[in-house]
Each structure stands twice: as C-alpha cells, then as structure tokens.
Design a protein around this ligand. Structure first.
Ligand SMILES: Cc1cc2nc3c(=O)[nH]c(=O)nc-3n(C[C@H](O)[C@H](O)[C@H](O)COP(=O)(O)OP(=O)(O)OC[C@H]3O[C@@H](n4cnc5c(N)ncnc54)[C@H](O)[C@@H]3O)c2cc1C
Length: 245
C-alpha cells in the first residue's frame, strides 16, 4: 500500500530544494528572486509554485508565488515578490534573503491559469499590482516565438514607480504593434481605476479576445471581470487567479 502510494504520488506534491542565485529590488516594494531548481525544467507561463521556509527551530511557513519568467533552458526561474508590511514570507525575501540561501519549492501549479503559444489568442490580460507577474510570464513566452498573437495588457497599479517591469512592458508595447499596454495608476494625480473606457480601448486595439487572464486581489479580479463581461466578452473565455486580500 505505502509503496504503491509513493509510486503514484504526483510530482507536483514533492518539495524540491532550490537555491537563490540572484536577488534584486525591481520597485521600492518588489524583489526579483531567481532560483535554481529542478522544477525550472518544465513549466507553463502563468503557473505558480509553493515556497516553503523553515526556521532553525523547525517552524515552517509556505506561500504561493507566480513564476515571472518564461522557460529558457537555464535551469532557473524568476519570482517577483512584493514585501508586505509584517509579511512573514514576503518580508523574509525583501529583507533577509541572499544569494546562496536555500528554500523549498513545489509545483508548478495552476494548469488552467497558464498559456503557451499553441493555445493561441488574441490575449486579453488584466493585472492588479503584483497580479501582473504571471501575465508578464505570458508576454515573455509570447516574445519567444509567438509574436503574431495579438496581446493587450490592462495593468492597474498604485503609481508608475511601483509598476513591475514597466520599462520592459513599455518598450515591448512601443516596439511591437501587436502588443498594447493600458496602464491605470490609482494613486497618482490624474490617475484612475480601471473602467469601461480603459477596457474599451484595450478591446479596440486587440479585437475580440480568444483568451482572457485576470490576476490580482479579489477586488481587482471582480471589477475587471465585470467590466470585461459588460463589454461583451463571453464569461467562458475568462480565467482568473486571486492573490488574496
Ligand atoms: C496563486 C498565487 C500566486 C501568488 N503570486 C504572488 C506573486 O507573484 N507575487 C507576490 O508578491 N505575491 C503573490 N501571491 C501572494 C502570496 O502568496 C502571499 O499571500 C503574500 O506574499 C503575503 O504573504 P506573507 O507571508 O508575506 O504575509 P502574511 O504574513 O501572510 O500577511 C501579512 C499581512 O499582509 C496581509 N496580506 C496577506 N496576503 C496579502 C495579499 N496578497 N495582498 C495584500 N495583503 C495581504 C495580511 O492580511 C497581513 O496583514 C500569490 C498568491 C497566490 C494564491
């Protein structure tokens, strides 16, 4: 019985040791963490991993983090972690973690919230705050050989300074006529929340979407879904991922 159980144990449930090989701030609150791990050999853009930290006294904490990179054969992948005030796990990554530290990972998780070129498009992507991370992975994957697939990214973030990978996203949108970026800054003078006009602009650039991926807080995902359905997009096209709060 026990040996049969171990034979059929899904790979996704095993914890894998991973080493931090690079770590750097990307915004005032978000840290990019590159990890070397066997799990980097096979994952789809949009998927996430569970990260487990173990303290010296044996106390453990685990949280989920989306993979920001597209698979590149390097044996590593990138996470982008927003340090929350008093955040148990995100606080460790933003304040204490260093190159050479080890953590445990399991995954990749999230088959339905994932995309690869053969899945097609056009792609309508909506991210709130750090919810842009799995969508960044999809755009990076698209850039690896699927540039003919149109994509529009609606990105809601407090300020431009807090926007993850903004330079990369803006240069992608400027260089690639098949990509548009629709930024809504909620805490800047003249800023706005996402609204019907912004969604209308994205759909006007994109045309009818074939796939819709929305990720962020519960509030962002609910608002974005409502606006996109009100604009006439079929609910069955929409995939969502909620980060919590
Ligand atoms: C599928 C999935 C993918 C995720 N991917 C990412 C990612 O790519 N990058 C990323 O930064 N986070 C991501 N998250 C969120 C992440 O898992 C943690 O919830 C977050 O880092 C907080 O954990 P913590 O231990 O630092 O904070 P905790 O110690 O758990 O909480 C600290 C404080 O923050 C509040 N809080 C907890 N979670 C959130 C939240 N998500 N937003 C706002 N306040 C919160 C709590 O109420 C508490 O007050 C993802 C979550 C899911 C479910």
């Amino acid at each position: 019985m026990s040996s049969a159980t171990s034979v059929i144990e899904p790979v996704v449930f095993r914890w894998h040791r991973a080493e931090i090989v690079a770590i750097a701030p990307v915004t005032p609150h978000v840290t990019s963490v590159r990890l070397r791990c066997g799990l980097a050999a096979a994952y789809r853009a949009g998927q996430h991993v569970d990260v487990r930290l173990t303290a010296e006294d044996g106390y453990q904490a685990q949280r989920s983090y989306s993979i920001a990179s597209a698979q590149d054969g390097s044996g590593t992948f990138e996470l982008m972690i927003e340090g929350l005030p008093d955040g148990e796990v995100s606080g460790w990554f933003s304040q204490a973690a260093a190159v050479g530290d080890h953590v445990e990972l399991r995954g990749p998780i999230g088959g339905s919230f994932s995309w690869d070129g053969p899945d097609g498009g056009p792609l309508l992507l909506g991210g709130g705050g750090s919810g842009v991370v799995p969508l960044l992975a999809m755009l990076r994957r698209r850039a690896q050989g699927w540039r003919q697939i149109p994509a529009a990214l609606i990105y809601s973030v407090r300020t431009r300074a807090e926007a993850i990978a903004l330079a990369e996203l803006e240069s992608l949108a400027a260089a690639d006529p098949n990509v548009s970026l629709h930024l809504a800054t909620t805490r800047e003078a003249g800023g706005r929340r996402i609204d019907a006009a912004l969604v209308g602009d994205a759909l006007a650039r994109l045309g009818p979407p074939g796939k819709v991926f929305l990720c962020g807080s519960n509030r962002f995902v609910a608002a974005a879904s409502d606006l996109i359905m009100a604009a006439g997009v079929a609910p069955g096209l929409i995939r969502t991922e909620r980060f919590g709060a």
